[in-house]
Design a protein around this ligand. Structure first.
Ligand SMILES: *Cc1c(COP(=O)(O)O)cnc(C)c1O
Length: 377
C-alpha cells in the first residue's frame, strides 16, 4: 500500500467533497433533477470563464474541446494563425492540418512566450486568416502568454481568437470577455479539481458567425447541437452524469472561495515553488513563468530518474519534460486542490531524491525557502 501525492499538471488531486459526489446513484439525464444540476454548472462555468457567453460541456478530455473549436469554426482550405510556444500550442496546428486547414505559424521556440507583435504582423500579411489559435498557460514549458494584448490585436481584425486554457483556468487570472477572447476551451482535470473526462467550450457572437460558414464535416462535436440542447438544460448525447454532478460541487467550492482568491493562492504557491527550485540550485525554465506549474532545468543524465524515483520511492508524482525537453526539465504543479503543505512535501522528497542521485545539495534548504515564501504570502 502506498500513499500517493499528485503534483502533476493534470490530472490533479480531487477534494473528498467532490470525490464523494462520484459515488452517488446515477441520475437519468433527461430529468428536471439532472437539468437543474446541468444549468447550475453552466452558470458556474460562465463565472470561472469570466464570460457572458454560454459554456458547453462535452464528454471528452480537453483536446476534444480543441478539436470542437477547429471543426466548428473552419472549412478545409481556410487559413489560420497558430501561435504556439510548446507541445499544447503545437496541438492546435496538428488538429487543424488533420482537417485540411492551412496553418500560418507565429510560433516561438519552446520555453519562450508567443510574441503579440508577430501575430499582428502575420494578420497584416495574411488578411484572409479566419482565426488565431494560441495557449494561455503552456503546461509543457510552464510559461504564460499575454492573452490580453493578443485579444486587443485580434479583436481589431476579422479573425476570431481561440485560446486553450486547459491548465490555466481556475488557476491563473483569466478573463475571457474583458480580454476579447472569442473561443475559450478548457478541461476538468486541472484547476477544476475533477477527474479527467469533461471538456468545456464557449463561443462569442463573432465565433458563432464564423461557425455559419464552417464546412468541416462533424457530428459528435457539432457545437450547434450543444447550443440547441442548452436551451432545455440538456446535452445532445448522454452526458457523463457522475462528472457533472461532481463538477457542481467543485464549482461550488471555487465560488465559495472566490475566483480571485483561487488565483491569488496559485500565485503564492508559484512563488514558493520558484523559491524552492532556486534554493536547490536549479535554474527556472521559461521566459515568463506561469502560476499553475513551475519548470526547472535538471542535469540531463538524471532528469528521467528524478521523476521515476520520486514516484516509486515516495509516491510523489511530478512531471518531466515533453518532446525535446524530455529529461531536461521537471515540472511541479500548483493548481486545483494542491495546497501549501503539498508544496513542502514535494520539495522535501525532491531533496532526498536529488541527494540519492548524487546531486550535491543541502537538505532542508528548498523546504525552508518554500516555507519563507508561503509565510510571506
Ligand atoms: C493538459 C493540457 C491539454 C490536453 O488536455 P487533455 O485533457 O489531455 O486532452 C491541452 N492543453 C493544455 C494547455 C494542457 O495543459
Amino acid at each position: 500500500m502506498k500513499k500517493y501525492y499528485l503534483l502533476t499538471p493534470g490530472p490533479t488531486p480531487i477534494p473528498p467533497q467532490v470525490a464523494l459526489k462520484e459515488a452517488l446513484p446515477i441520475l437519468h439525464h433527461r430529468t428536471s433533477e439532472f437539468g437543474q444540476i446541468y444549468k447550475d454548472t453552466a452558470e458556474g462555468l460562465k463565472y470561472i470563464f469570466q464570460t457572458k457567453n454560454e459554456v458547453y460541456t462535452l464528454a471528452a478530455s480537453g483536446t476534444g474541446a480543441m478539436e470542437t473549436a477547429i471543426v466548428n469554426l473552419l472549412s478545409p482550405g481556410d487559413e489560420i494563425i497558430v501561435a504556439s510556444c510548446g507541445n499544447f500550442g503545437d496541438r492546435w496546428a496538428k488538429i487543424a492540418q488533420g482537417y485540411g486547414v492551412k496553418v500560418i505559424s507565429a510560433s516561438v521556440e519552446w520555453g519562450k512566450v508567443v510574441k503579440p507583435a508577430e501575430i499582428e504582423k502575420a494578420l497584416k500579411e495574411n488578411p484572409n486568416v479566419k482565426a488565431v489559435f494560441t495557449t494561455f498557460t503552456e503546461t509543457s514549458t510552464g510559461v504564460v502568454n499575454d492573452i490580453k494584448t493578443i485579444g486587443e490585436i485580434v479583436s481589431k481584425t476579422n479573425a476570431v481568437l481561440a485560446v486553450d486554457t486547459i491548465s490555466g483556468l481556475a488557476g491563473q487570472e483569466y478573463r475571457a470577455d474583458d480580454w476579447k477572447v472569442d473561443v475559450t476551451v478548457s478541461g476538468s482535470q486541472k484547476g477544476f479539481m475533477l477527474a479527467p473526462g469533461l471538456a468545456f467550450i464557449s463561443l462569442s457572437d463573432k465565433a458563432w458567425k464564423l461557425n455559419e460558414n464552417s464546412k468541416i464535416p462533424k457530428f459528435y462535436f457539432d457545437i450547434k447541437k450543444y447550443k440547441k440542447s442548452y436551451l432545455t438544460n440538456e446535452t445532445p448525447f448522454t452526458p457523463p452524469v457522475t462528472l457533472i454532478v461532481s463538477l457542481q460541487e467543485s464549482i461550488k467550492m471555487i465560488k465559495e472561495k472566490g475566483i480571485e482568491n483561487v488565483w491569488n493562492e496559485c500565485k503564492i504557491l508559484a512563488k514558493a515553488s520558484r523559491a524552492g527550485m532556486k534554493a536547490l540550485g536549479l535554474e527556472l525554465f521559461g521566459e515568463v513563468p506561469c502560476e499553475v506549474v513551475t519548470s526547472a532545468k535538471v542535469p540531463e543524465e538524471i532528469g528521467g530518474k528524478i521523476v521515476k524515483t520520486l514516484r516509486e520511492k515516495y509516491g510523489v508524482s511530478i512531471a518531466g519534460g515533453q518532446g525535446d525537453l524530455k529529461g531536461k526539465i521537471i515540472r511541479f504543479a500548483h493548481m486545483g486542490y494542491i495546497g501549501k503543505a503539498d508544496i513542502l512535501v514535494g520539495f522535501a522528497c525532491l531533496e532526498m531524491v536529488l541527494e540519492e542521485l548524487g546531486v550535491k545539495i543541502e537538505k532542508g534548504k528548498a523546504v525552508a525557502a518554500a516555507q519563507d515564501a508561503l509565510m510571506k504570502g
